[in-house]
Ligand binder design. Structure first.
Ligand code: ZN
Length: 120
């Protein structure tokens, strides 16, 4: 179970919509026990199927607890590349599938197992 600011999640869903048909990607940051901010990183290319970014662009920010990215395909299952990066990028990973409504939000832990998200 992770706790996340509802306002932040709605903002990020807007980001996904604006980035469509490309993928949206950002790191998620936590203050105390609530995910309440995101950290954007430079994206070097975006296609309908993949987001690529250089690992060395990951900011040194110890509030980072996970990631969020969008799946324009509408499938919210993590790809094998997703699972690989989940393992090294924290404990809460959100995949939002098109059309990016709240019921299209899926959250996974670092092992790629589905977890619950409580909006606060
Ligand atoms: Zn993905």
């Amino acid at each position: 179970m992770e706790k996340m600011s509802r306002i932040l999640l709605l903002d990020l869903l807007d980001g996904c919509k604006q980035t469509y048909p490309n993928e949206f990607f950002a790191y998620l940051g936590k203050t105390k026990d609530v995910i309440d901010h995101f950290i954007a990183v430079p994206i070097f290319y975006q296609t309908e199927d993949s987001v690529a970014y250089y690992k060395h662009t990951k900011p040194v920010d110890f509030s980072i607890v996970g990631t969020i990215h969008s799946h324009p395909s509408g499938n919210s299952s993590p790809s094998s590349a997703d699972k690989h990066s989940f393992f090294s990028e924290g404990n809460a990973h959100i995949i939002v599938s098109y059309p990016y409504t709240l019921d299209r939000v899926a959250v996974y832990d670092s092992a790629g197992k589905r977890i619950q998200l409580e909006l606060v």
